[in-house]
Design a protein around this ligand. Structure first.
Ligand code: HEC
Length: 136
């Protein structure tokens, strides 16, 4: 009988904590969904296999740098120059102008989803993380 009561309490605690964690939201909730241009840019990014050499949030190939925040760290003009002309280390992949615009829009979208490497965040007592713009 006592074991059942303990098990019941643990199940209830699990249900309450899970419902809180999965409904409290994340920093990415503030980002509006991708628009058509950004979605086209995501397709261009896949089509030209940028991920073979680049990472988002540290995931991807390691020949080139992480691109998660390249737009806010370096600027769209800087990124456009690399993509349209290439360098000694990055091949010029021959993107059309509309593809370059779209992939830049996509990079700007990814930039808005968060920061990499992760900021030095504070951890709440319940194990969730406090972001800088978090009102809690
Ligand atoms: C064959 C590997 C490779 C592929 C494929 C590739 N890149 Fe790169 N990219 C690199 C390398 C290497 C650099 C660093 C070049 C340098 O510093 O001269 C770079 C640099 C960049 C930069 C500048 C980043 C910074 O912080 O300096 C951007 C933006 C970029 N690439 C975007 C793209 C996009 C978008 C695609 C796909 C359309 C792509 N790259 C495909 C290898 C690649």
């Amino acid at each position: 009988m006592r074991n059942r009561a303990i098990f019941g309490c643990l199940c209830a605690a699990f249900a309450v904590y899970s419902s809180y964690v999965y409904t409290a939201g994340t920093a990415a909730d503030h980002v509006p969904p991708m628009n058509d241009a950004e979605r086209f840019g995501a397709k261009v990014y896949q089509q030209y296999n940028c991920v073979a050499c680049h990472q988002f949030y540290g995931l991807g190939g390691y020949r080139g740098p992480d691109l998660t925040n390249v737009i806010s760290n370096r600027g769209a003009g800087y990124a456009r120059a690399f993509i349209s002309a290439g360098t000694a280390a990055m091949p010029n992949l021959g993107l059309a102008d509309n593809e370059i615009d779209a992939v830049l829009a996509y990079l700007a979208f990814v930039d808005r989803t968060g920061t990499y490497p992760a900021e030095d965040v504070a951890v709440h007592w319940n194990g969730t993380v406090a972001y800088q713009d978090d009102p809690h």
